[in-house]
Each structure stands twice: as C-alpha cells, then as structure tokens.
Design a binder for this molecule. Structure first.
Ligand SMILES: [Zn+2]
Ligand SMILES: [Zn+2]
Length: 334
C-alpha cells in the first residue's frame, strides 16, 4: 500500500509502497478514507527538536484520520466492521498514575499515533481499540478527519471558561480558527483574534463571529478576561501576557521552537493570573463535546478545509501547509 513515511532522522519525507499492516491483539484495522495534515506534521517533515524525542524512523506519519473498520482483533463491543472511526492521537498505557486519576490524555508513558507508532497517511492503518473513536454518522465524513484539532481548541476554550467573557486568541491557524468557533458556541461576549497573515484573518472571519487584527494595539493591553495562545511564538506569548487583564486567565497551547523568557514578577506575581496549559484533548470528554458541536450544527468543520490532495501528492500538500495560506489541508486516500 502507499504510505507517507518518515524514513530517516533528517528533514524530508518518503512516499513509498509498504506492506499492508495486520492488526495486533487489541487493535482494529481501518481502510483510511481521509487524513488531514497537522502543524505537528510540518515539524516532523522539518525534523525539529521537539519531534526528534518522539520518533524513531522509519514510521508512517499522520494522526488526523477517518476510516472504515475492516478488521477487529480483540474485544470491542462498541465497534463493528464498517464503522467510520478516528483515532485519538495520544495513545495512553492505561496503567500509570495519570491514567488512574482520569488524565489519560497526559499519560506518563504516552505514545503518539503517527509518531511513536505507524499513523494514518496510508491506505490502511491500525489503531488500538482503546483509542478508537466511533464517529456519529450525522457528522460529514471530511469533518470527521479534522475533528482532532477542533478537540484541541475545545479543550483550550473550556479551560479559558469563556462564557460572557472577552477573549483574545493569538494565532489563527486551524486550531485558532476552531477556538474562535468554539468560543462563539460557548458564549464568549467578544472574541478578538490576532494573526499577521491576512489570508488567515479573512478565513477566520468567514468561519466565526470574530474581530481580527494583524497585531494588538497597546490600548488593548490588560483588557482581556482570557487569552489563548495558539501561536507558540515569542512575540505571540509576550502579547498574551500583555493583553490579559489583572486576575485573568491565560491558556498556553502553541509549542514554541525555542525557550521562552517570562517576566515572572510583572506578569505572574503582579497580575495574579490563572495559567492553564493544554496538551491534546480529554479522553473522551472533549470528543463528546466536539461531537455535540458538530451534530448540533453549531460548527461546520468542512468550512475549515481549503485544500484537498491525493495521498501521492503529499509533497505538494506540504508546500501549501508551509505557505500558511490555507486552512485544513485534506488528503483523499480512498
Ligand atoms: Zn493534529
Ligand atoms: Zn498512563
């Protein structure tokens, strides 16, 4: 079968033929219909330091998928052949302290689908039964593929506790866009988004009720009840600390490429902030929230999809991803 493989510990990717996988005990085999490219996949392609600790090539990459179950190897009373399923990216061990206290998404021994084990940029993929999400058939198939990033956004927005609040979102890539739509659905009183890319500002405005700016003017400093940083950039994080009001909430989501310096006294002490960090989605509470947003029609995720490519054209798709002039980029596999 055709697969997108991180073949060596170096920048770049290989699109090659590999053997079709067989599900191990406790796994399902899916025929992949669609997969979408994540910001993390750019990091994998470029071989940034953060991904190097999680990947040992060769491995099939890709974690945002939807596919049809063709084989089940083990006990899975909630699953059937033919079900359209997606995978939770965080493969938890179900035995550490975090798993025990209900924080499976931050398992101490977590392995990533499409990083530590083969993922979904391929015609077939295996997923552990315990991290297989059965999609509600009412959700459009293409949206099923891109619900994992919406999950990140919903988790971040939930921690920001946005109802009735003035919210600032920094970075309007797909997770920023989704955060805007989720914040709207959860009753934020006013949403501002900051991104230097005009394409992204316009796309976000067509997707959610939001005011967008290329940068935050100084007279907005100390005025936001909650700020979510989706950028991970030093400038974005600085803006987040400046923008949040005294006693406000700051949610960290974007992954910086380098160490970040924070003026501890000025921001953490003087402002008495509540800071949350978000790593993935709560399993399965966040997926249930996402499903409700999609089936109720509060969010139409298909509107975030701006490009579609065949799996064989992955290099082309990656070019679009890197340009930043895109929403979600979908790979049509079936
Ligand atoms: Zn992702
Ligand atoms: Zn665990």
């Amino acid at each position: 079968m055709l697969a997108v493989v991180k073949a060596t510990p170096a920048p770049g990717i290989s699109i090659i033929d590999v053997p079709k996988p067989t599900p191990k005990p406790g796994e399902v085999l899916i025929k992949v219909h669609y997969a979408s490219i994540c910001g993390t996949d750019i990091g994998i392609y470029d071989w940034i330091p953060w991904v190097q600790t999680y990947i040992t090539p060769p491995v099939i990459i890709g974690h945002e998928v939807v596919g049809e179950i063709v084989e089940i190897n083990g006990e899975a009373p909630h699953l059937q052949i033919g079900d359209m399923v997606s995978s939770e990216t965080h493969i938890y061990d179900d035995s550490c302290y975090q798993c025990e206290i209900g924080n499976k998404h931050i398992c101490e021994n977590m392995k990533f689908f499409g990083m530590a084990r083969d993922g979904g940029f391929a015609e077939f993929a295996t997923i552990p039964i315990r991290t297989t999400w059965k999609n509600n058939p009412a959700v459009p198939v293409k949206a099923m593929s891109v619900q994992e990033p919406l999950g990140n956004s919903v988790h971040a927005v939930t921690k920001a506790n946005v109802k009735g609040k003035k919210l600032l979102i920094i970075g309007l890539g797909p997770t920023g866009m989704c955060a805007a739509a989720a914040a709207q659905a959860y009753g934020a009183s006013h949403i501002t988004g900051v991104d230097p890319t005009e394409y992204r500002r316009q796309l976000t405005e067509s997707f959610a009720y939001i005011e967008t700016l290329s940068s935050l003017p100084k007279d907005r400093f100390n005025t936001y009840d909650a700020v979510i940083d989706m950028s991970g950039s030093p400038a974005g994080i600085q803006t987040a600390f400046d923008a949040v009001r005294i006693g406000g909430i700051l949610v960290a989501f974007g992954i910086p490429k380098q160490k970040i310096e924070v003026d501890w006294g000025t921001y953490l002490i003087n402002k008495e902030l509540t800071i949350h960090s978000v790593y993935g989605r709560r399993i399965w509470e966040t997926w249930d929230q996402v499903s409700e947003l999609l089936t109720s029609g509060k969010i139409d995720l298909t509107k975030t999809i701006t490009h579609e490519f065949e799996l064989a054209d992955f290099e082309e798709a990656m070019k679009v991803m890197k340009s930043g002039e895109c929403g979600k980029v979908l790979l049509k596999v079936l």
